[in-house]
Design a binder for this molecule. Structure first.
Ligand code: CP
Length: 302
């Protein structure tokens, strides 16, 4: 049966655990001197990114190559999308070339689901609008489990633009599924209405956000939204919501700071925090390759 991976809703704890177990094995390959395997020999993976990306796109491409698959990179800026080809026709064209998996990122929420409903090959959502970024949540989950040996019972506090963050949305779902307590904090203009309905608690101050946290997860301030006046200035954001080594001292002993990237240094994370050993942003990137290898294998193994 065709498998897609479109969002974290409905993904069971058992499936997440299996993917994390496999990712631990895949990480050994990523860190080894010889990354060539033939686990997905004969398969083809296409990346179709309508939005910019460094981490997600490159890690999917590396993951597929390390597994021995053929990789097709569709450069939307020079493809027939520029002649007006629709997402449906582009997807079907890629499929008609014998592609097994299309990895898609799109600014429109729901675009990956629309494609998945209309092609026969598997579709992976690499981020759609404000909706979901399930592979980011998967690598974040893996990073937390790798560090603490478990996810259940931990407190994860997400700080920043939760309202507009597909990363936050997917993380809240997967962390809750795995038994973590999820809290959020940020400028009131960036906290979703009825946040509690998402299964998370809203912190009342920056001190409360750090106290009792095992993981602090920062979110990118989306610079393109700055002109909408969601917060007064970058300086004020850093002062009231920025993650610093000093603030990390308020968190639980051994707490880590995570960020999906790209980081606006000096805004969400201070320059000093980016160089601090509690900052896991680069470990997350490495884990992104391992978890995407595990996911591609899971999608294609049958
Ligand atoms: N975290 C993330 O999605 O980064 P990219 O936009 O670089 O893929």
């Amino acid at each position: 049966m065709k498998k897609d991976f479109l969002c974290m809703e409905g993904v069971s704890a058992a499936t997440l655990t299996k993917l994390m177990d496999d990712a631990a094995e895949m990480k050994k390959i990523v860190l080894s001197g010889d990354k060539s395997t033939d686990i997905l020999k004969g398969k083809t993976v296409a990346t179709l990114f309508y939005e910019n990306s460094t981490r997600t796109r490159c890690s999917f491409e590396d993951a597929a190559k390390y597994l021995g698959a053929t990789v097709t990179v569709v450069d939307v800026s020079t493809s027939s999308v520029q002649k007006g080809e629709s997402i449906l026709d582009t997807g079907r064209t890629i499929e008609a070339m014998g592609t097994d998996v299309i990895v898609i990122r799109h600014s429109a929420s729901g675009a990956p689901k629309y494609l998945a409903d209309n092609v026969g090959c598997s579709v992976i959502n690499a981020g759609d609008g404000l909706h979901a970024h399930p592979t980011q949540a998967l690598l974040d989950l893996f990073t937390i489990r790798e560090k603490f040996g478990k996810v259940e019972g931990l407190t994860v506090t997400i700080i920043g633009d939760v309202k507009h963050s597909r990363v936050a949305r997917s993380n809240i779902v997967s962390l809750t599924t795995m038994g973590a307590k999820v809290r959020i904090y940020g400028p009131p203009t960036m906290i979703p209405v009825a946040a509690e309905k998402l299964g998370c608690e809203v912190c009342s101050s920056i001190e409360d956000a750090f106290k009792g946290s095992d993981v602090i997860m920062g979110l990118r301030i989306q610079l393109e939204r700055q002109q909408k006046g969601l917060f007064p200035s970058y300086g004020e954001y850093a002062k009231f919501f920025g993650v610093t080594p000093e603030r990390m001292k308020l968190a639980n002993k051994g707490a880590i700071a995570m960020h999906p990237g790209p980081v606006n240094r000096g805004v969400e994370f201070s320059y000093a925090l980016c160089e601090d050993e509690c900052c896991y942003k680069d470990i997350q990137v490495t884990n992104g390759v391992a978890t995407r290898m595990a996911l591609l294998k899971w999608i294609l193994e049958d």
